[in-house]
Structures are given as structure tokens and as C-alpha cells.
Design a protein around this ligand. Sequence first.
Ligand SMILES: Cc1cc2nc3c(=O)[nH]c(=O)nc-3n(C[C@H](O)[C@H](O)[C@H](O)COP(=O)(O)OP(=O)(O)OC[C@H]3O[C@@H](n4cnc5c(N)ncnc54)[C@H](O)[C@@H]3O)c2cc1C
Length: 507
Amino acid sequence: MVSETQSPDVIVIGSGIGGLTAAALLQQRGISTLVFEKNPYPGGSCSSFQRNGYRFDAGASVFYGFGENGTSGTLNLHTRIFRKLGVEVRTIPDPVQIHYHLPGDFTVAACYDRHAFLGALADRFPHEAEGITKFYHELDEVYEILSSLPAGSLEDVTHLLSVGASFPLKTVALALKSFRSMGKTARRYIRDEELLHFIDIEAYSWAVQDAVSTPLVNAGICLADRHFGGINYPVGGSGAIPAALCQGIEKFGGTIRYQSEVTEILVDNGVARGVRLADGTEHYARAVISNATIWDTFNRLVTDSRYRVDEKRFLQAPSWFQLFLGVDAAVIPAGFDVHHILVDDWKSYDKLGGTIYFSSPTILDPSLAPPGKHIVHAFVTGEVDQWKQYERGSSAYKSAKEEMAAGIISRTERILPGLSKAVELKVLATPLTHQRYLNRINGTYGPLLKPGQNILQKPQNTTPIKNLFAAGDSTFPGQGVIAVTYSGVSCASYIARRFGKPLDELV
Ligand SMILES: Cc1cc2nc3c(=O)[nH]c(=O)nc-3n(C[C@H](O)[C@H](O)[C@H](O)COP(=O)(O)OP(=O)(O)OC[C@H]3O[C@@H](n4cnc5c(N)ncnc54)[C@H](O)[C@@H]3O)c2cc1C
């Protein structure tokens, strides 16, 4: 363990999954790490919180990366990281990634069984059967490439040369695909407007952008791996993932300090030297990793205005209005899927509040709620601007939240009749809550690519400041627990090689 007087090799700002993954892999390799987290618990958007006997997922609850294939290249990262750390996260197979409920009575479940899923789409759109096969085959090709190429940093020349020499054709194919969009690829094969809307919601469900704005490579992971590695839910809820990473960090001698907000990154002549905490103490290290967003890192924690990042360099994704409900179990019928997406009107699916995301993880893990109860986590996009006129704790703020929640519950009754009467506990969180808990500017979901930008324009792990690195959803490849896990792997790989202790390949 790093003593309070001894400087660690690496300081990590934030215990989101990106920061914790980087810390765990570095610490396991003998590079000492000290993580500062402002909250009293780890995980950020992938944490759990408890209320009245319920254990809610604060954000994520659809999880990739727990497949069991040892030769899976860039995929199944959770399995391979936890294997390396020697810690266990038990999971429950989640048979349906998302059950979609769309305009025009169009419902389809994106289930593990690829054949059944594509068959259901072809039944609805028989005139597009060939296009459906060809489009989803393109996604499988990306999946197959990523299954072969080992995970590492795209900034690490040694890694790139080794991957290029071992897999020349796949490397070239992936480089070419990185310039392609999911939506434009779909339009090569598909003409039907309703089906193209469906492809849009397939992207929007995790990228919060339409398919044309979504890189094909990201789609290849989310929409193909669900049929291979599959979706798996960690026993005990989303917080089991950060808890296991913390266990790994501490097992190898690293330290996580909670309720320790970093207020400044100390930069001296263009070189990061350490951090200052809210209590005024300064801590020094050979390298600093920021797990905060690109805007929070460079426009707040770095005080030198020469490093400012234009707020318009990327699109700033909206934030969320979230309902965490404890409900009478009788309202959820037997056989109900865990995750659902509801769209009432294609014209408004991508407007604020237009799409409802729904999860009920107690269907898989009943231990998250008292006996006879279920959890419902429902959320829609929202913006700080809609809420900033309210004073926190005021009755006006409370009634605005109640009104918004009532509308979402009523729309959700389309798939769960009687939901409004079954609610026994209601915790409501606005974009202001999201901003406050996660220290994210405007409570944003993070930076999104602008139309015309390609995925390689996402920031990698190095920054314009020497010895300051970044991990998390502001870096390549982007949002999602498995994506930020990749960013943590690539960040740790880069730093470890710089420190002369390259990481072994994850197996
Ligand atoms: C509502 C919602 C639903 C989602 N659903 C899914 C899903 O089903 N599947 C999926 O894969 N992904 C999902 N995501 C996305 C996923 O959760 C995130 O992309 C991912 O967890 C972000 O990880 P991160 O490493 O970028 O850090 P974050 O989760 O942002 O964590 C950063 C941490 O750093 C801390 N921090 C920040 N600044 C400081 C500071 N100055 N000092 C100290 N600590 C600091 C914060 O407190 C936080 O703990 C969802 C997200 C949300 C919000």
C-alpha cells in the first residue's frame, strides 16, 4: 500500500470504470496507484446505491464483456481482467439485450439467439430479408476482427507494429471500417423507412445518436457481441463491477481514497506533477490519469487557459432524468424481459424525453429488492437547462420532478399496465443530480462525434500535457461500460510501456 507520505507512481482522478480499470492493471503490474474519488463509493455511472432495502443501479445495467472465450482479442474484457486480478464477479446470463416497443405496434426482442432475432426482423420486413442479413453480417465482420486483435493502445507504436505484423489483413480491414458509419452502411442494403428507423433506435439505445452518426466499429461490438459473448448481469448489481476492480487494486497494494475531490491538476511547465484536493493537500506522482470528462479535465481541473477545450469540439450529449422505483412484484408478469425501450413516435425519439429506457434487474437477481418487490429503473434524456431554475429541495423542484415522473410512468403503462398503482418507493434524479454526483459538466453523458468526424478523432489516452493521461468515456472508443473498460486497458498499456513494464496480453 502507498503510505500517505510516499508518492505513488500514478494518481487517478475518479473511480469510474475507466479510471479503476487503468489503476487495477497498472497496480497488478507493480506500478503503484492512488485513486481519488469524490464520492464515498466507487463506480460513477456504474455504481449501485441502496434505499429502503432496494439496491439500484445508478446508471448502467446492460453489460457486455463477460463472455468466456479465452481467445477473444479485444472482447470479453471483464472476464479476462478479473481473471488477471484473481477476483470473481459472478454473473447471470441476460437472454435479451433490449426488447423494443416501437410505433405502429412494432415490437421485437434483440435476443441472444441471433437467428431468432434476424428471423423476427425478416418476418416484419419480408421484402428486406436479404438487406437485413447483409447489414447484420457487416456488424459480425467487425466483431470477428475485434475477436482476433489483442487489446492495447492505438498510440503505442510497438503494439501497433506487433498487431499489424501478426494480423495484417484484419488490421487493414479494421482501419478501413473505422471510417464508416453504421447508418450509411445500413442504407447500402436497406430501403424501408420503418426498418431504417429501427436501425436508428438500435444505435440510439446505447450511442444516444442516430445510426448515421454512429461509427460502424462501435456498432460491431454492441450489436454483434450480444449474440456471441452475450449480455450478462453481475450478481449484486452494477456496483459489483467497481467493487471487484477496487478489490483487485487493493489486493496488489494500491489505494482508493473516497470523499477526496480533486480540485486542480498541478501542471508545471507543461508537465503534470500531481493534484490538489478540496482539503488543500497536494499529492505528487510520475503520471496523472483523469477519469473526468474532457471538459471537466481541461476547463476546470487544469487552470491554465492555454489548454482549454472548446465546448463545441464535440457534441455534448444530453443528461438524464431517472426514476428508481420499488414496485409490487405482481405488476411484472412472468416471462417479462429485463430491458425495454419505448418509442411512441419516430418524430420525437431523439428529442429530450422522447425515448424511454427501462430495466428491471430484479427479474434476474431478486436479491436486489425485498421479497415480493421488483426494481424498475426508467430514464429519459434531459438537460440541466430544463431544471436550473429550481432550488434544490424546494417544493417547486419536487413537484416538477413528480410531474415528469408521472408522465414517464403513464407512458410505461403501455408495457406494464397498473405500474402507477404498484409503486411503493420512488427516487427521482434530474440532470442536476447527475451533474452533482458525477462531477460531469451539465451532467452530460459525454462527448459524441459530430457528423463527419470518425471514431479515430475521439481523444486517445495521452493529452497535450506531458504525464497527464485520460481514461473514460471522453476517450476512444466512447460511452458504455465495456468501452470505458477498453479505454482503461489502453491507458494502462501505454503508461506501463512508458514506465518500462509492458503489460502482458490479457488472456
Ligand atoms: C442512466 C445511464 C444508463 C446507462 N446504461 C448503460 C448500460 O446499460 N450499459 C453500459 O454499458 N453503459 C451504460 N451507461 C454508460 C456507462 O455507465 C458509462 O459510459 C461509464 O460507466 C462511464 O465511465 P467513466 O469511466 O467514464 O466514468 P464515470 O462513470 O463518469 O465516473 C467518473 C468518476 O470520477 C469521479 N470524479 C469526477 N471528477 C472528480 C474529481 N475532480 N475528483 C474526484 N473524483 C472525481 C466521479 O465522482 C465518478 O465516480 C449508462 C449511463 C447512464 C448515465
